[in-house]
Design a protein around this ligand. Structure first.
Ligand code: AMP
Length: 473
């Protein structure tokens, strides 16, 4: 099936051709025709599947059909708002009345969606999209809202602020999209979402996208949609077909840093994304890599939005080779030239692993995801392997071997795949026991860390896990 066969508006087809999209992705094939018909959607699809276009193309299609012909008496925007009322001065009296609202969990994803909208809708001159995000100065946002955009892409918190002060009126809203709905729930936005949805017309079309439709997010989706078409797409990236995964065991932080430096010098790396557990570590690792002569920058939630945007723009322009980021800042990053993702620290939640590695192997390219893992983190590794339903191969780099080698896999119980059942790396321990043994400290060797990332003396380790980790060296 082609985009033309789906019946999209010619102006959108032209933009897709310019963008180099020849065929729709699996989620687009299923979602776009149903959305054009006006159906509500509950879509389970992973990052990298092309989900943004899956909701934005039908939305733009509807808006395009509502556009007035060029040269006609008035454009949509003019019809709704007299020219004199469009200035900043009048905004407080006339709220923005968007036709489409996209809610996203993070600022980066909101900007990403806005950029995609501009790309797909660039031939629709009367359709304007703006992003309303936390961290952006209010006067700037008032000015954006004063343009009365057809499409609002927003993070829930800041949107509520504007709704409360009467700057936004959803009376004319036709389409509501909840993007990465599971993430928004994880981030505690449920009440904000309920409040926003309650302020929109019951006649709206609702499209909800989420990595999973199980549990709370599924219940919320049921509540917020009407007779929704349920679409389940196994995106290529959810099966990680384009992304090779590896794991290296490290003895301690110094070993981890040496190995990271070594791996980052691989000429095959176009651009790399390194994930750390904390904002401080993102800064520290980035500083250390720059001192080591590698071109790195940090990205995390403590940075001002302007600085985050500048860093991301520099990455997109190829001026930064290594981006060191925390999970929250990395959500929504879509830079096709990221060839490698490194987990300097493993994520706490297994599904975050999928989001992280999905930052490479984008738009049909291949990617490599490398996790640096301490032996005491095998519990986390097993959680991730169970979640992605595949084992992550362990590799060793000559000259950077860990002191403690991973044990060979135990023969697996009949009928169970390799990533289930007995502990593969701890011979003699049945499944589950290794979990208990390693569950306590997530990263015990960190206890002896100073702010500069050096190891303090082992005696400073404050709990048994730390001492055991040092003792193992
Ligand atoms: P998303 O899952 O929306 O974040 O999209 C992942 C990537 O796929 C983005 O870089 C899109 O620009 C790209 N993309 C989306 N749809 C298509 C398509 N039909 N053909 C090629 N690339 C696409």
């Amino acid at each position: 099936m082609t985009f033309a066969e789906i019946g999209l508006h010619p102006a959108i087809l032209a933009a897709l051709t310019d963008s180099g999209y020849s065929v729709p992705t699996a989620v687009q094939i299923q979602a776009i025709p149903a959305a054009i018909e006006g159906r509500d959607l509950m879509v389970s699809s992973q990052t990298g599947s092309g989900k943004t276009a899956a909701f934005m193309l039908p939305a733009l299609h509807h808006l395009a059909l509502q556009e007035r012909p060029p040269g006609g008496p008035r454009s949509l925007r003019q019809e709704r708002r007299p020219a004199a009322a469009r200035g900043y001065e009048r905004q407080r009296f006339q709220a923005a009345q968007p036709r489409m609202l996209v809610l996203t969990p993070t600022r980066e994803l909101a900007l990403q969606v806005t950029a995609a909208t501009e790309k797909y809708g660039r031939q629709l001159h009367q359709v304007r999209a703006v992003a309303i995000l936390g961290g952006m100065p209010y006067p700037k946002q008032m000015e954006l809202l004063g343009r009365n955009p057809e499409i609002l892409v927003a993070t829930p918190g800041r949107l509520i602020d504007h709704m409360s002060s009467g700057k936004i009126d959803f009376a004319r809203l036709q389409m509501l999209v909840l993007d990465e709905a599971d993430r928004m729930l994880d981030m505690g936005f449920i009440e904000d979402i309920e409040r926003i949805v309650a302020a929109t017309p019951a006649t709206r079309q609702t499209m909800l996208f989420s990595a999973t439709l199980d549990g709370t997010v599924g219940e919320m989706a049921q509540r917020m949609t009407r007779n929704a078409l349920r679409i389940q797409v196994d995106a290529p990236s959810s099966r990680h077909e384009h992304i090779e995964q590896r794991m290296h065991f490290v003895d301690d932080l110094a070993h981890k840093n040496r190995l990271l430096d070594h791996l980052l010098r691989d000429a095959a790396i176009d651009q790399a994304l390194v994930f750390t557990a904390t904002k401080r570590d993102a800064d520290n690792v980035s500083d250390r890599l720059n001192v080591a002569g590698l071109n790195a920058a940090a990205l995390h939630g403590d940075m001002h939005q302007g600085a985050r945007n500048r860093t991301l723009a520099a990455v997109r322009r190829g001026q930064v080779r290594i981006l060191v980021a925390t999970d929250v800042a990395a959500r929504g990053i879509d830079v096709p030239t990221i060839t490698h993702v490194f987990n300097y620290d493993l994520p706490k939640a297994a599904e975050d692993y999928v989001h992280r590695i999905g930052r490479t192997g984008r738009a049909g390219r291949s990617g490599l995801a490398i996790s640096l893992v301490h032996h005491a983190e095998q519990f986390n590794v097993r959680k991730i392997e169970r979640f992605i339903r595949q084992p992550i191969p362990v590799e060793v780099v000559a000259g950077h071997e860990p002191t403690r080698h991973p044990a060979p896999a135990k023969p697996r119980p009949p009928g169970k795949p390799a990533w289930q059942g007995a502990d593969k790396r701890t011979p003699g321990l049945p499944a589950g026991q290794a979990d208990k043994r390693f569950a306590k400290p997530a990263a015990p060797w960190r206890d002896g860390l100073s702010r500069t990332g050096r190891h303090d003396s082992p005696q400073k380790a404050s709990h048994g896990g730390g001492r055991r980790a040092y003792g193992e060296r």
